[in-house]
Ligand binder design. Structure first.
Ligand code: 5GP
Length: 190
């Protein structure tokens, strides 16, 4: 038996600074997330996917992605530090919060908010492989290839963006603006 859900729509107004420039509206995002979820559901037919979200940025994307999947899904989160409160990567990645559950023999999808230098993803990918997952793919909402330091192969990409710092849809600037339903470019040096 299938169940259809219709989410109630509500107008919200959040004041944002004038220099924020919209890149993707909530409608753009919803449509793209559905497309990715369809792709994942097709690729994983007959399996249960285990989504590994990277805190805090990927929480919003993971939650929307999961609710659009038609295959059974479980999820867990880990947290790493690489950025602090600035817009420049320190280049050092370390584990702040580990997963709650073992990933051995599971079909894992790493879910990221944005791939920038690639260092965070590389670290998490190696960590997952060392834990003997059954299979591993990588999904990111945004990809900014301009500042890559290490090569990473992505399986699912929402949008590729130019070299500008972005906020909204889970992504922050100094912990703020994660709540914005769209993606905005801000005039900060990247
Ligand atoms: P990487 O290790 O690929 O350089 O960085 C990945 C992490 O840096 C992302 O998961 C995200 O938390 C943060 N990050 C990179 N670029 C941006 C950006 O444009 N905006 C925000 N809010 N975070 C970013």
């Amino acid at each position: 038996m299938g169940v259809n859900f219709v989410m109630e729509k509500r107008e919200t107004t959040i004041k944002i600074p004038e220099h924020f420039r919209i890149l993707f509206t909530p409608e753009d995002i919803a449509a793209r997330v559905r497309e990715i979820a369809d792709e994942v559901s097709k690729d994983y037919e007959g399996k249960t996917v285990h989504l590994i979200g990277v805190l805090k940025g990927a929480a919003v994307f993971l939650s929307d992605l999961m609710r659009n999947l038609t295959v059974p899904a479980t999820y867990d989160f880990l947290s790493v530090a690489s950025y602090g409160d600035s817009t420049e990567s320190s280049g050092v990645v370390r584990l702040i919060k580990d997963l709650d559950d073992p990933v051995e023999s599971r079909d894992v999808i790493i879910v990221e908010d944005i791939i920038d230098t690639g260092l965070t993803l590389k670290y998490i990918e190696e960590l997952m492989r060392s834990r003997k997952v059954s299979s591993l793919t990588k999904c990111t909402f945004l990809d900014r290839p301009d500042r890559r330091k290490v090569q990473v192969e992505m399986d699912y990409v929402g949008f590729t963006i130019p070299d500008c710092y972005v906020v909204g849809y889970g992504l922050d600037f100094e912990q703020k603006w994660r709540q914005l339903p769209g993606i905005y470019a801000i005039n900060q040096p990247t």
